[in-house]
Design a binder for this molecule. Structure first.
Ligand code: 1HA
Length: 270
């Protein structure tokens, strides 16, 4: 089975080339704000990148040079969440945040223009963030009657420190790319014209490295913030590696062959 290189969606674009899946929020007329349907498509796209063995790294970005993402589409905000076409209200971006973190491959945010509100938290939950020199970052929640007290607060504090995280949320200021770099919110700042090339270069470097080492490291970086669910991810890697040993396979084989398992040849390592 060969995964298609381009997948058709309405609100987003999915393109795969050279082991890199690029997922683009494609609503430039609203600075790439997301509606529930956008998130449903993003969940599908990230799941696709997760399962595709050809994909080693994922880029999340926004269409155009003006915005990465401006958060929830305020035009469809109801009284209890963001309304889909059927009228159901969602906060499903929270599920997307978890999916980006549990995808066992590096996810890179490629940020040109605004990363604001829920769109700012999306770049935050990515593993690396590469900013163009025109990027602007900030939270607006307390201004527009919203807040993200999950990763939006906790992971922000772990990333930039508690004082700075509170400043970002309590003042609702915007920060330029250099300020974001200085507080550790992004990994590097490049001229807008070099954003794509630099991002692809970083992805290619990661594609040269051990996928298992990268996946275990990502799980390790998530583990403390994610509690038992984080430990579960890390532990799942241990189980996956153990399944690949003869010792584990002896247990499976013995069960299928209806005989007692013989683990006597497997040494207890110091
Ligand atoms: O906090 C959460 C959540 C928390 C917990 C659980 C789930 C959550 C889900 C979502 C969110 C949030 O995202 S709350 C924060 C929502 N976002 C914002 O408050 C940002 C609103 N946008 C802006 O501040 C500005 O538009 C901007 C700084 C991103 C860009 O400014 P700029 O370049 O001056 O452009 P602007 O003229 O403001 O925007 C261009 C067009 O895009 C406008 O439409 P037009 O007048 O041309 O018809 C503008 O209304 C539209 N637009 C921009 N952002 C949004 C938007 N339309 C709907 N929703 C938006 N977020």
């Amino acid at each position: 089975w060969q995964a298609p290189e381009d997948v058709l969606y309405e609100d987003i674009r999915y393109h795969r080339a050279e082991g890199i899946a690029r997922i683009t929020i494609n609503r430039p007329e609203v600075r790439n704000a997301f509606r529930p349907e956008t998130i449903i498509e993003l969940l599908d796209a990230f799941h696709r990148a997760h399962l595709d063995p050809e994909v080693g790294v994922v880029i999340l970005t926004g269409q155009g040079e003006l915005a990465f993402c401006s958060g929830g589409d305020q035009r469809v905000r109801g009284d209890g969440g963001y309304r889909d076409a059927a009228g159901t209200e969602h906060l499903n971006v929270l599920e997307l945040q978890r999916r980006i973190r549990s995808l066992p491959k590096p996810v890179v945010a490629m940020v040109a223009g605004y990363a604001i509100g829920g769109g700012h938290v999306l770049h935050l939950v990515c593993d690396l963030s590469i900013a163009a020199d025109n990027a602007r970052f900030g939270q607006t929640g307390p201004k527009v009657g919203s807040f993200d007290a999950g990763y939006g607060a906790g992971l922000m504090a772990r990333t930039v420190g508690l004082k700075k995280a509170k400043e970002i949320w309590f003042l609702c200021r915007q920060y330029d790319a250099q300020e974001a770099l200085a507080m550790g919110l992004v990994n590097t700042v490049v001229p807008l014209a070099e954003l794509e090339a630099t991002t692809v270069d970083w992805c290619r470097r990661m594609l040269q490295l051990s996928p298992t080492a990268l996946r275990c490291l990502k799980a390790a970086f998530n583990a403390d913030a994610d509690g038992l669910a984080g430990i579960q991810e890390l532990a799942g890697n241990a189980t996956g590696l153990f399944y690949q040993t003869e010792e584990a396979q002896e247990g499976r084989n013995a069960f299928l062959e209806k005989r007692p398992p013989d683990f006597s040849t497997y040494r207890r390592r110091p």
